[in-house]
Design a protein around this ligand. Structure first.
Ligand code: NAD
Ligand code: TYD
Length: 358
């Protein structure tokens, strides 16, 4: 039986990954979710699997060396899937320090703890042990020319404190692979969307605001491009990397789904109008008049676009969910989970929102 240590499993992608893995493998795997539960981590995201015999949760900070070492000592971990991070660019611009602490130092603690637990006396590692480091396409910087893409070989050019801290963590993982032959993979994925995404990010923020008839803030000219991937497709890709990824390899993950932010906002509005019955009182608030251009993000990356050729060729991965379907699934999830939204937007969120959007 394979035992996975998932960090940051109470966040957006981590919780979707845990749902996917337990749905696919059931009792034949064990998952230990290690999460300190920052504002972005929510145990409600795992309520449906909390009682699975193979699932357990440990509240711990990945920067806490003693605690993380103890988790490796007390459990026979086979595969680490390391999601835990500070993940929001706007927050990194306002307060970079916690990004360096969690993303860089936290990753170092995870690497050292796994290495300490797994490395044999001769410096090799038992078969089956593997560390999957979940990173982002933002480490590659910003594309300007159409038809250019991020490949695994594209030089790093991070431009926000978030992407710089993720780049730092990637470099540490690369150095461990080179120096210690530490068994790892790095994945660099494009923007995800889907259930359980915290409404500081574009898609859930727009859905939530539109349903309340609030303004829809679009940064700058709205023409920045992101390459959107349905989160379950990302989970499937990570599962494949865990199972078949060549040791020390990096994989770019993306679905060739580039859209300008303004297109995304308009698609969400039109899809909401299409999906809501006329009898729903929220429908009367929703219109394109809610779109409000606001001051641009500082250092706003213009375009991200992933070339997923390698993961397709080597592991046979391709996204299953096209955007038109994925956005309907996502909106349907937010319709059904108004309590979830109410819980995550109480407290700290309101202060953040007021600071950001004044
Ligand atoms: P998220 O912000 O939704 O979740 C992060 C999780 O990490 C939360 O549960 C939080 O409590 C936990 N965490 C934060 N600091 C911690 C610490 N010190 N110790 C333990 N746990 C801690 O993030 P997400 O969107 O799910 O992203 C997950 C990973 O995927 C990140 O590494 C991110 O860089 C990467 N990524 C995200 C996207 C995206 O579109 N969201 C795209 C590509 C890559
Ligand atoms: P976001 O979801 O924060 O992801 P990232 O910055 O990691 O790509 O933002 C996606 C895009 O949407 C990005 O170009 C910034 C833009 N954006 C807005 O225009 N308005 C908003 O309120 C937010 C949160 C983002």
């Amino acid at each position: 039986m394979t035992t996975y240590l998932v960090t940051g499993g109470a966040g957006f992608i981590g919780s979707n990954f845990i749902h996917f893995m337990l749905g696919k493998y059931g009792d034949s795997i064990k998952i230990i979710n290690v999460d300190v539960l920052t504002y972005a981590g929510n145990p409600e995201n795992l309520a449906a699997v909390a009682d699975y015999p193979g699932y357990s949760f440990i509240k711990a900070d990945i920067c806490d060396k003693e605690k993380i070492t103890a988790i490796f000592r007390e459990n026979e971990i086979d595969v680490v899937v390391h999601f835990a991070a500070e993940s929001h660019v706007d927050r990194s611009i306002a307060d970079p320090e916690v990004f360096v602490r969690t993303n860089v130092l936290g990753t170092l603690v995870m690497l050292n703890s796994a290495k300490g637990a797994w490395e044999k006396e001769d410096g090799t590692y038992p078969k089956g042990k593997k560390f999957i480091h979940i990173s982002t396409d933002e480490v590659y910087g910003s594309l300007t020319e159409e038809g250019t893409y991020f490949y695994e070989t594209t030089p790093y050019d991070p431009r926000s404190p978030y992407s710089a801290s993720k780049a730092g963590s990637d470099m540490l993982v690369r150095s461990y692979m080179e120096t210690y032959k530490f068994p790892a993979n790095i994945t660099n994925c494009s923007n995800n969307y889907g259930p359980y995404q915290f409404p500081e990010k574009l898609i859930p923020l727009i859905i939530n605001n539109a349903l309340q008839g609030k303004k829809l803030p679009v940064y700058g000219d709205g023409k920045n491009v992101r390459d959107w991937l349905y989160v379950e497709d990302h989970a499937k890709a990570i599962d494949l990397v865990c199972e078949k990824g060549g040791l020390f390899e990096t994989y770019n993950i993306g679905g060739h789904n580039e859209k300008q932010n303004i297109e995304i906002v308009k698609i969400i509005l039109d899809t909401l109008l299409d999906m809501l019955p006329d009898s729903d009182p929220r429908k009367k608030h929703i219109s394109h008049d809610l779109i409000t251009y606001v001051e641009d993000r500082k250092g706003h990356d213009r375009r991200y676009a992933i070339a997923p050729d390698k993961i397709k060729a080597d592991l046979g991965w391709e996204p299953d969910t096209m955007f038109a379907e994925g956005i309907r699934l996502t909106i349907a999830w937010y319709f059904e989970n108004t309590d979830w939204m109410a819980h995550v937007t109480s407290g700290e969120y309101q202060d953040y929102y007021d600071r950001m959007y004044k």
